[in-house]
Design a protein around this ligand. Structure first.
Ligand code: MGD
Ligand code: MGD
Ligand code: SF4
Ligand code: MO
Length: 673
């Protein structure tokens, strides 16, 4: 280590609310250390624990990273491969795709993708090729948050224009409903919520660290949130805290809904949600005092009635007029469009010939059918870990006549089933842009070192596929620097990319911005649509319903599998130091449930239902309500003794809206193993 030391900035592009700033120390052209950027307003010099380990561990470990294209050399799923050249791999894949496209049609080529990297080019550019090819997409949001997108679109006309977190300085209260920032947004937990002057109210079945530190924690039974929201609205009406002139001017359908509110007293709410009536009243009155922020987590809507839950929760800002003023608003996500990023340009919508996508809840069943899918391409996703019906999906991937290509930076479970594995470069190895989805931040991602081995950024892999297919459209070959310059122009970042990399992160709007400042909502009516003709036309109720899911019957428990603080979705489980910190896979139960089942801490238990079964070690804690079991997502099946993770129990049922996941609605039986 004698070479000159360089300190360079970049940005974490994970699927995370925080979009932290990074500084990397480089010597002799190679990164020696990855740290938090002390100048970054959100992360303030610290990365989360998992990334601090992974970016100094497995992400830069040549022993673990994929370095060369691989061709299957063993039986399907066996995980035996031989290295091949890029030309050979790309040539063979393109020839297969061309044959399918000319034969039964390109819709027989299906691709799944999601959030491996969320940097703008690496996450979107491959869509240009896949659209030009006419491949069918597995709708990515259906495994995550589609119910919420559809529901909020009905109510306020968008799900990607949220409050500006900087406006919290003007809020009297912040409600965090169905999110766990202590795991999924660690710097919002550590700084933003702690520094907010308002009362923090957390609504979550689990008493996670953010709930523990909140001023008030409401602990509803999973899937009962719509009833809780109705009971809170009842209190707001009863106590004269609703803004009738706001409703008259800016909302449609309050008159239709109001009669349904009357029976939803706090006592009615307590019976359906388990939240004490007094607490429902207290939370409603604090919220009603306003101005108030409502953060609707993605965990909240992963329920069978998740769309209805989101519509019901969105009543709170509607009836109290919590829009259009400092300190008020609602947030699900802040999309890139918020900052001017043209998503259609990035993903090449103009040249797309793709047929409609299908829900990821159907993936396993469809992959079984040779008439439906002949080739399967996975990039930025690890469905053998993250998708429902895990055992069925893996069996389907064994199909000898299914041509599977996986693009990843690691040899994942999904990659084990591939005919070709293509090595992607990591975010430390190419230039790109990152748009925060909570804070309104916009950042540079810098190439800090050469890609490991022969790995290539996603965008370059798909440029090569375009070339091998003989496509002529110039957008398929647009170089990264031109895309970066164009997007920086759209966002209004001045100066060169070199300068931007030195700055790291900017907030294109320097002052906190008010959500819907002129109270013009992008719905057909321009108003908040409490009653929605569009929802009705799509076969949903015209109004949100005051309903809670029935409690599981026959001694079953409700299994929640949310984000782990040590894993990023299905990434990092292959990092040795992270695996050590996590220890073995567990399921946590309330002490009374454990006692009733005759189970004790540390013993092996079996979770089972119609879809599958899984053995885990039992943990016992009072942070979990009775009737609920908790086991975080994201372990790698191939690393577990059981060769499975929690998704082996997930039947892949679709939510009421958006054909989306209801992974937090899974029911299981638990017994000694
Ligand atoms: N049981 C249960 N299951 C769930 C959930 C749950 O709450 N419970 N949550 C769901 C949710 S919200 C989501 S978003 C999904 C996420 O599920 P996935 O999208 O499958 O998970 P990720 O770990 O985000 O990314 C997948 C892969 O991208 C790879 N990757 C990283 N960087 C790059 C890159 O630059 N290029 C390429 N080609 N690959 C890269 C990673 O190595 C990883 O293998 O899981 C869903 N599954
Ligand atoms: N460390 C880490 N951070 C991550 C991720 C990760 O895997 N690990 N994943 C990223 C991704 S892709 C996403 S989508 C986000 C997700 O992050 P979040 O939006 O926080 O979603 P989840 O982790 O699924 O669940 C959050 C909380 O929802 C609660 N919950 C479940 N069901 C219900 C319900 O019916 N009602 C209520 N009120 N609460 C409920 C769970 O108990 C959990 O505490 O996090 C991102 N950040
Ligand atoms: S995953 Fe989130 S918290 Fe961790 S470094 Fe990346 S942006 Fe920050
Ligand atoms: Mo997600």
């Amino acid at each position: 280590m004698t070479g000159e030391k360089e300190v360079l900035k970049t940005t974490c592009p994970r699927d995370c609310y925080d979009a932290c700033g990074i500084v990397a120390i480089k010597r002799d052209g190679a990164i020696t250390r990855v740290l938090g950027d002390p100048d970054h307003p959100v992360s303030r010099g610290a990365l989360c624990g998992k990334c601090a380990l992974a970016y100094n561990g497995v992400f830069r470990d040549p022993e673990v990273r994929l370095q060369t294209p691989l061709k299957r050399a063993g039986a399907k799923g066996e995980g035996r491969f031989e290295p091949v050249s890029w030309d050979a791999a790309i040539g063979d894949i393109a020839a297969r795709f061309a044959r399918i496209a000319e034969g039964d049609g390109a819709e027989k080529i299906v691709h799944a993708h999601y959030t491996g990297t969320c940097s703008l080019i690496a996450n979107n550019f491959p869509m240009r090729f896949l659209g030009r090819l006419g491949a069918r997409e597995v709708e990515p949001d259906t495994v995550c948050n589609m119910a919420g997108h559809v529901a909020l679109d009905y109510v306020i006309g968008t799900s990607v224009v949220g409050f500006d977190p900087r406006t919290a300085k003007d809020s009297n209260s912040i409600v965090v409903w169905g999110a766990n920032p202590s795991a999924s947004a660690p710097h919002q937990h550590k700084h933003w919520l702690k520094e907010a002057p308002g009362t923090v109210i957390v609504v979550d079945p689990v008493r996670h660290p953010t709930a523990e530190q909140a001023d008030i924690h409401l602990q509803p039974f999973p899937g009962s949130d719509a009833a809780l929201a109705f009971a809170m609205v009842h209190v707001l009406v009863r106590d004269g805290l609703i803004d009738r002139s706001f409703l008259a001017a800016h909302a449609l359908g309050w008159d239709e809904l109001e009669p349904a509110i009357a029976p939803c007293t706090p006592a009615w709410g307590e019976a359906r949600t388990g939240v004490p009536a007094a607490q429902i009243g207290e939370a409603a009155r604090i919220y009603g005092a306003g101005p108030a922020l409502l953060w609707l987590g993605q965990g909240l809507q992963r329920q069978a009635m998740g769309g209805n839950v989101m519509r019901a929760c969105a009543l709170l800002p509607a009836v109290t007029g919590n829009f259009g003023k400092p300190g008020a608003g609602m947030l699900y996500l802040n999309g890139g469009g918020r900052k001017g990023v043209d998503g259609d340009y990035l993903s090449g919508a103009a040249i797309s010939q793709s047929p409609p996508s299908f829900s990821q809840m159907e993936l396993a069943a469809r992959l079984e059918d040779p008439a439906d899918i002949q080739a399967f391409l996975c990039w930025n996703i690890n469905p053998a870990a993250s998708s429902p019906e895990q055992a069925r999906l893996k069996r389907a991937l064994m199909r000898e006549d299914l041509f599977t290509v996986v693009v990843d930076i690691f040899q994942t479970d999904t990659a084990d089933y591939a005919d070709y594995v293509l090595p992607a470069a990591s975010f430390l190895e190419f230039d790109d842009l990152v748009s925060g989805y909570f804070n309104l931040s916009f950042s540079a991602q810098a190439k800090l070192q050469e890609p490991l081995g022969d790995s290539l950024p996603n965008q370059e892999i798909f440029r090569r596929l375009s070339r091998a297919m003989g496509y002529a459209e110039p957008e398929l070959y647009e170089p990264d620097d031109e895309i970066i310059a164009r997007i920086m122009g759209q966002v209004g970042v001045g100066g060169s990319f070199e300068e931007f990399k030195r700055t790291g992160t900017v907030f294109p709007t320097t002052k906190p911005i008010v959500q819907f400042p002129d109270l013009a909502f992008p719905t057909p009516s321009g108003k908040i649509e409490i009653a929605s003709a569009r929802a009705e036309a799509d076969g949903h109720p015209r109004l949100p319903l005051a309903e809670a899911d029935p409690k599981p019957a026959n001694g079953r428990l409700r299994l929640l599998t949310p984000a782990s603080p040590w894993l990023m979705n299905d990434s990092y489980a292959n990092d040795g130091r992270i695996a050590d910190r996590m220890g073995e896979a567990t399921v946590t139960l309330h002490p009374e449930d454990a006692a009733a089942l005759g189970l004790s801490e540390g013993q092996q238990v079996r979770l089972s239902n119609e879809t599958g079964s899984l053995e885990l070690a039992l943990a016992v804690a009072e942070t979990i309500p009775q009737g609920v079991a908790l086991s975080p997502k994201g372990r790698w099946p191939r690393q577990e003794g059981t060769r499975a993770n929690v998704n082996v129990l997930n039947p892949g049922i679709k939510s009421d809206m958006g054909e989306s996941t209801c992974v937090h609605g899974v029911e299981v039986e638990i017994a000694a193993a």
